[in-house]
Ligand binder design. Sequence first.
Ligand code: JB2
Length: 218
Amino acid sequence: MKNKPLLIIGGGGHAAALAEILLKQNKKIVGVVAPELIAVGNVFDGIELFHNDDDILKFNPQDVLLVNGIGSMPFKLLREAIYNRFKKLGYEFATVIADSAIVSDYSVIGCGVQVMNNCVVNCGAAVRDNTIINTSSSIDHDCIIGAHCHLAPGSTLSGQVVVENNVHIATGSNVINNITIGRNSIIGVGANITKSIPANSIVYGARAIVKGLESNDS
Ligand code: JB2
């Protein structure tokens, strides 16, 4: 199953980043499915382009693995819709782990999860289906990350953080240990999360409070 040819869905920046990771691993990409290729560079050169999602149906679900190259941003539901549509039709999604990522042997990585370049997933962590752990993010021990989440580049989660389904954690956010982030929440860029967040929250602002030490000078 691991060596089946791959069909990448989407032709933008996220799909291109995935394609490069997969090509470096000598994986066979038999097609890119997108109305238009908008990725810069020529990573898709020589790969057949299919313009319509229904073209995927020309491939037997037993013969290919899909790669969900549709990225994920707040309020955009296409990535999850594509995943659910083709799972129902019997297709499987490849799990993509960049060679430069460090993923513990004692972690559990779900179907269709994408661990991009330079990430760390530490021991005891679990990442559920269709979630993106984007470039240079760090998930420490015993974290549980739900399905259909996006940890944008440079997110840092300390140990035992629970992130429920459909959460977006924006670039450069930090979460201290033992925090729960409720489902469907959006954590804004650079936020520092020190308290658990209820479901359906939008959290933003990185407030650094400077508290002077009491001086011993007399
Ligand atoms: O219904 C569709 C469809 N709609 C748009 N089916 C298929 N198969 N493809 C679709 N697309 C394609 O998704 C567009 O033709 C385009 O090729 C791609 C979207 O590319 P874009 O560069 O706009 O976004 P992205 O999804 O690659 O990346 C987003 O998410 C990443 C995680 C961006 O917001 C990035 O900045 C972000 N890093």
